[in-house]
Design a protein around this ligand. Structure first.
Ligand code: PBG
Length: 330
C-alpha cells in the first residue's frame, strides 16, 4: 500500500472507530415525539382482547384504552391514532358518525384525560363501521361509490372533531376526500383541525393482521379499485400526494413503510408539508413472529427498521411499537 503522503488512502472507518464518534456523525435519529401509536377500541367488551396476529396489541375497552394512552403519553410518544370497532355495523357505516359511536366516546375520554399532552388523532374511514367491510358506501352493483362516500367521510370527520380529535386522517383513498373533509370541517367550526392524508396508500398484503384487529376484512372483493397498485407507476403516488396538498392536506402519508421506502423518499422530495409513514400491521407481525421463534434479534430490528423509515424521509412514523420505542429512547 502506498503511504498516505504520496496517495492518501480513503479511510471511512476512522469515523466508525468509537461509539462516541459514530454517535456524533449519525445523520438519522429517532425522537419519541415523532412516533404515532395506532390504538384499537372495541365497543361492548369488558376485557381487552388480544389480537392473535399482533402479539402485544389489543382491542381495548374504553378503560384499558385510557390506561394505554396514558402510558404512551408518559413515554413521550407524540400522538395516538384511534380506530374503533362498533358493536353494530351496517351498509353505510352509521357508527362512524354517531355522536355516541365508540370512536367518538373514546376520543372524548382521551381528550378529557390527556388534554394537550399528546396529539389525539382519528382514522377517518368507513371500513371498520360497514357490514361489508369496504371503505365506502356501495352502488347497487356493489362498487364503492366515490362521491356518495365523500359525504359520509365529511360527516365522520366532523363527528370526530366534535368529539375531540385534533387531527383527522382520511385513509379510504377516495378521489376528492381531502377537499370534501376540509370543506365540512371549515363549515362546522373546525377550520383549526389539520388533515393528515393517507395519500399514497397501496393495496397491500401487509394489512392482513390489521383486518383482524379492526374486524374490517372486505366481505367480498378487495380494495384494488381504490387503493394503489404496488406495481403501478411511481408518478401515481406523487400525483396523489400533490392533489391532496392542493385540496388542503396539512400533512401526507405513505403506507406501508418498509416495502415503499423509495416512494417515501420521492414524496419527501416532492412536497413541503410533513410526511408520515405507517409501519403497518404486517410489518409488525413479521418481526414479532420471527422473534418469537428466536430467529432474529427483535429489538435491534425494530430500531433498524424505524431508522430506515426515518432516513427514507419520514418526519413522523406510525408504529405499534411507539410506546416501547419511546421508552427505549429516553
Ligand atoms: C383503513 C385502514 C387500514 C389500515 C389503516 N387504515 C386497512 C386497510 O386499508 O385495509 C391498515 C393499517 C395496518 O395494517 O396496520 N381504515
Amino acid at each position: 500500500m502506498m503511504s498516505d503522503a504520496e496517495f492518501p488512502v480513503a479511510r471511512p472507518r476512522r469515523l466508525r472507530r468509537t461509539a462516541a464518534i459514530r454517535r456524533m456523525v449519525a445523520g438519522t435519529r429517532l425522537h419519541p415525539a415523532e412516533l404515532v401509536l395506532p390504538m384499537f377500541v372495541k365497543e361492548g367488551v369488558t376485557d381487552p382482547q388480544p389480537v392473535s396476529s399482533m402479539p402485544g396489541v389489543f382491542q381495548h375497552t374504553r378503560d384499558s384504552l385510557r390506561k394505554a394512552a396514558h402510558e404512551a403519553a408518559e413515554a413521550g410518544v407524540g400522538a395516538l391514532i384511534v380506530f374503533g370497532i362498533p358493536a353494530v355495523k351496517d351498509a353505510r357505516g352509521s357508527a362512524g358518525d354517531d355522536p355516541d359511536g365508540i370512536v367518538q366516546k373514546a376520543l372524548a375520554d382521551l381528550r378529557a384525560d390527556l388534554g394537550d399532552s399528546i396529539v389525539i388523532m382519528s382514522d377517518t374511514c368507513l371500513d371498520e363501521f360497514t357490514d361489508h367491510g369496504h371503505c365506502g358506501v356501495l352502488t347497487p352493483e356493489g362498487e364503492v361509490d366515490n362521491d356518495a362516500t365523500l359525504e359520509r367521510y365529511a360527516s365522520v370527520a366532523v363527528a370526530q372533531a366534535a368529539a375531540g380529535s385534533e387531527v383527522v386522517a382520511p385513509s379510504g383513498m377516495m378521489d376528492g376526500q381531502v377537499a370534501a373533509i376540509r370543506a365540512a370541517l371549515d363549515a362546522n367550526g373546525f377550520s383549526h383541525i389539520p388533515i393528515l392524508a393517507y395519500s399514497a396508500k397501496y393495496a397491500s398484503g401487509f394489512y392482513g393482521p390489521f383486518r383482524e384487529a379492526a374486524e374490517c376484512a372486505p366481505q367480498f372483493g378487495d380494495r384494488n379499485a381504490y387503493q394503489q397498485d404496488p406495481a403501478g407507476p411511481v408518478g401515481e403516488a406523487l400525483r396523489e400526494v400533490r392533489l391532496d396538498v392542493a385540496e388542503g392536506a396539512d400533512a401526507v402519508m405513505v403506507k406501508p413503510a418498509l416495502a415503499y421506502l423509495d416512494i417515501l423518499r420521492q414524496v419527501r422530495d416532492t412536497v413541503e408539508v410533513p410526511v408520515a409513514a405507517y409501519q403497518v400491521s404486517g410489518e409488525y407481525a413479521m418481526v414479532e413472529a420471527a422473534a418469537a421463534n428466536g430467529w432474529i434479534d427483535r429489538d435491534r430490528i425494530i430500531m433498524e427498521s424505524l431508522i430506515a423509515i426515518r432516513r427514507a424521509g419520514a418526519d413522523m412514523i406510525l408504529t405499534y411499537w411507539a410506546t416501547e420505542v419511546a421508552r427505549r429512547l429516553s
